[in-house]
Design a protein around this ligand. Structure first.
Ligand SMILES: *Cc1c(COP(=O)(O)O)cnc(C)c1O
Length: 386
C-alpha cells in the first residue's frame, strides 16, 4: 500500500525538471548593496531595500532603545494587551504620512491583503483584480467568496467593461507599482472608473511607498490622489522603509470596520513594539531625506541609458524594478548563476510568481548603488547575455 503523501518526492523531481526548483541562499551580513554569501562579497541587485534604510544607524538605535523600554515580545494581539504607545504613535504617523484619516498596523503585507478583502466583501459582491496583482491580493480576493474577476494588465477599458456587468458592492484591487514588472497602475484612470461605477478602489503600494511622491508618500501622493479617490491604501514597511510589517490606511469607518472584522488582525500577535519605534525613525528619514529618492532616480536612469546602448531588452518600467525578460526558466536560472559567478546577485523570477514563459531577471536598484556598480552590472550583463 502507498503511504500518505507518496507523491511529494515525484513532485519535487518534476519541479526541478521544469527549471522551477527554488532554494534559499544563506546571507551572512546585514542588508546592503554588498552582501556576504558563501564566504565572499557579492554586489546586490535584488533587494527591495530601495532607499538603503534596512541597516541605517538611526533606525538601529531607535530599535535598540525601544527594546530597553518595551522588551522584545508584544505578548498578545492588538485587541488583547499587545497594542502599545509605540504601535499607536506609528499608526498616527502613517496616517499623516499618507494623508489618510487613520492607519491600522498589520504584521505583514500578506496578512493585510488576505484579511482586508474578505472583511469587506461577501458572496453577492464582486472583486475586480489586475491580472498581474501580487499573490496576496489574488488570494485575498479568492478567499472572500465574492465573484472574482481579473482584468487585463493595466487595462482601464477592459476593467470598464467588466465593471458594467459587476453585481453588488464592487471593489477594484491593484498593485500600485507592479512587483515583478516595475510599471505603474493607470491609477488616475482607475480612480475615475471607480467613481463612475460607484466602486471602491484598493491600492497595494508596497513598491511605491517611500520611493515615489514629494515626501515619499507613494504612488498616490505622486498622482495627488486622496482618500476620496482611493478608499483603501495598503503599504508595507519591509521594503523602502527598511523594517518589517504593513498597514492599511483610509477613513475612520474603514479602519474601525477592519478592527472589528479582519481575521488576520484579530487572531495574531502584534508586531514587537521595538519594530514600531524603528519604523517611526525610518519614516522621519524617508519624509525628510529627499536626496535618497533623487539619487535612486539617477541610478535607475543611468542603468536604462546604459542598457539601451547595449541593446538590452528593457521593460516599460521607470521604477527601481528593472526586469530583463528571458522567457525560459532554465535559461533565466543559468544567467542568474553566471552573474553570481561574477559576483553579482540578481534573482531569476519564474512561474508561478510570473506568467508562463515569462521568466525574468528582476534587477532592483538602491539609493546606495554607485555609478561604478551600475557600470559593472552592465558590463557583466553584456558579457553574460552574449
Ligand atoms: C512584498 C509585497 C507584499 C507582502 O508584504 P510582506 O510585508 O512582505 O508580507 C504584498 N504586496 C506586494 C505588492 C508586495 O510586493
Amino acid at each position: 500500500m502507498l503511504s500518505a503523501f507518496s507523491e511529494l518526492a515525484g513532485n519535487l523531481e518534476s519541479i526541478a525538471q521544469q527549471g522551477l526548483y527554488r532554494s534559499r541562499r544563506i546571507i551572512e551580513s546585514p542588508q546592503g548593496i554588498h552582501l556576504n554569501l558563501d564566504g565572499r562579497q557579492v554586489l546586490n541587485f535584488c533587494s527591495n531595500d530601495y532607499l538603503g534604510l534596512a541597516n541605517h544607524p538611526n533606525i538601529i538605535n531607535a530599535f535598540k532603545s525601544a527594546v530597553d523600554r518595551y522588551g522584545v515580545g508584544s505578548g498578545s494581539a492588538h485587541l488583547v494587551c499587545g497594542h502599545t504607545t509605540a504601535h499607536h504613535a506609528l499608526e498616527e504617523e502613517l496616517a499623516d504620512f499618507t494623508g489618510r484619516d487613520r492607519a491600522l498596523l498589520f504584521s505583514t503585507g500578506y496578512m493585510a491583503n488576505i484579511g482586508t478583502i474578505p472583511a469587506l466583501l461577501g458572496r453577492t459582491d464582486t472583486v475586480l483584480e489586475d491580472r498581474l496583482n501580487h499573490a496576496s491580493l489574488l488570494d485575498g480576493g479568492l478567499s472572500s467568496g465574492a465573484k472574482f474577476i481579473r482584468y487585463a494588465h493595466a487595462d482601464a477599458a477592459d476593467l470598464d467593461a467588466k465593471l458594467t456587468k459587476a453585481q453588488g458592492n464592487k471593489l477594484i484591487v491593484t498593485d500600485g507599482v507592479f512587483s515583478m514588472d516595475g510599471d505603474f497602475a493607470p491609477i488616475n484612470a482607475l480612480a475615475v472608473l471607480a467613481k463612475n461605477h460607484g466602486a471602491w478602489l484598493m491600492v497595494d503600494d508596497a513598491h511605491g511607498l517611500g520611493v515615489l511622491g514629494k515626501h515619499g508618500g507613494g504612488l498616490l501622493q505622486y498622482n495627488g490622489l486622496k482618500q476620496d479617490d482611493v478608499q483603501i491604501l495598503m503599504g508595507t514597511l519591509g521594503k523602502a522603509l527598511g523594517t518589517f510589517g504593513a498597514f492599511v490606511a483610509g477613513s475612520e469607518t474603514l479602519i474601525e470596520s477592519l478592527i472589528q472584522k479582519v481575521r488576520t488582525y484579530t487572531y495574531t500577535t502584534a508586531l514587537p513594539p521595538a519594530l514600531a519605534e524603528a519604523t517611526r525613525a525610518s519614516l522621519k528619514l524617508v519624509s525628510t531625506e529627499h536626496w535618497r529618492r533623487d539619487r535612486l532616480e539617477q541610478v535607475i536612469r543611468r542603468f536604462r541609458v546604459g542598457a539601451q546602448q547595449l541593446g538590452l531588452q528593457l521593460m516599460s518600467s521607470t521604477s527601481a524594478i528593472q526586469p530583463l525578460m528571458i522567457g525560459d526558466s532554465h535559461k533565466a536560472v543559468a544567467i542568474s548563476n553566471a552573474l553570481l559567478d561574477n559576483g553579482i546577485l540578481v534573482s531569476a523570477i519564474r512561474p508561478p510568481t510570473v506568467p508562463r514563459n515569462s521568466a525574468r531577471l528582476r534587477i532592483t536598484f538602491s539609493t546606495m548603488h554607485e555609478d561604478a556598480h551600475v557600470e559593472h552590472l552592465l558590463s557583466v550583463l553584456a558579457d553574460t547575455l552574449k
